[in-house]
Write a protein that binds this ligand. Structure first.
Ligand SMILES: [Zn+2]
Length: 257
């Protein structure tokens, strides 16, 4: 399938709302995985009100308001899912802030330093919330062996790049979350099985296109990766795909020098 087909296909998909982070998610039908937090999004689910508001602020570019709202929502919270959703919006904001640094600016680039410091600060907030969420999810999972908690533990650990913990959690998963999590793990760590995993999810979950682009970059097929990322970014708000596209452009500029 070529990239114009991906773009055409994405335009026709239905939308869901992620119950963890509030983002709009495209689905080929039924439940699918969130473009921001990787949570398993269920049809007709909705996020907690403070998360919904914070996400709307972020999506409309009100970054400072979104960060304040997220900090307020997380303060003293013992809700693992709320903390997981908030952590992932913080992480998406961090990517946005990093992307705001413009390396084409003349002079000493003070503005760039500000964007990068803001991004690092937001990343540390995201990590703090993810660790709190993991602590609560572990308690819940130990007591109940709840399948949702098990998958969220995988998603939180992979976000924190805790490879061993994410790998251990893979063995605890079943069904669609297991297939998807194995794809994410293989793509993130460039495992030999990545291509076969990604192929098995194309046309089922939109995020598989993001992992396809990562895999193509790993193979140094930059033009093909850029085409896939263009198809995503012109159809859906997926900050990690926008961030990856920006990193790819920088990489291509550097290799041209
Ligand atoms: Zn989400």
């Amino acid at each position: 399938m070529d990239c114009s087909t991906y773009a055409k296909e994405l335009k026709s998909l239905e939308k869901l709302r992620c119950q963890y982070c509030g983002s709009t998610v495209l689905t080929y039908g039924g439940s699918t995985f969130c473009h921001i937090c990787e949570g398993l999004v269920l049809p007709a689910a909705s996020p907690p009100e403070p998360i919904s508001e914070a996400y709307s602020m972020f999506a409309s570019g009100k970054i400072a308001d979104a960060k304040e709202a997220l900090s307020g929502a997380c303060k003293g919270s013992q809700n693992a899912r709320l903390l997981f959703g908030a952590a992932n919006i913080f992480d998406a904001i961090s990517d946005w802030e990093y992307s705001a640094a413009d390396y084409g600016r003349p002079g000493f680039m003070y503005e760039n330093s500000n964007s990068i410091y803001a991004s690092l600060d937001t990343t540390s907030k995201s990590k703090e919330m993810l660790y709190k969420s993991i602590k609560l999810l572990l308690q819940e999972y130990t007591e109940s062996k709840n399948a949702e908690a098990s998958y969220l533990l995988f998603a939180a650990n992979i976000k924190l790049k805790r490879k061993v913990y994410a790998f251990r959690q893979l063995a605890e998963l079943e069904d669609e979350p297991s297939k998807y999590a194995n794809t994410v793990y293989a793509a993130e760590y460039s495992e030999k099985s990545a291509k076969a995993h990604i192929d098995s999810l194309l046309g089922k979950h939109v995020n598989s296109l993001y992992y396809l682009s990562k895999y193509l970059i790993h193979l140094r097929k930059f033009k093909a990766a850029s085409d896939v990322l263009d198809a995503i970014n012109s159809n859906v708000f997926m900050p990690k795909a926008a961030y990856l596209m920006q990193r790819l452009k920088l990489l291509l500029e550097e290799t041209r020098l």
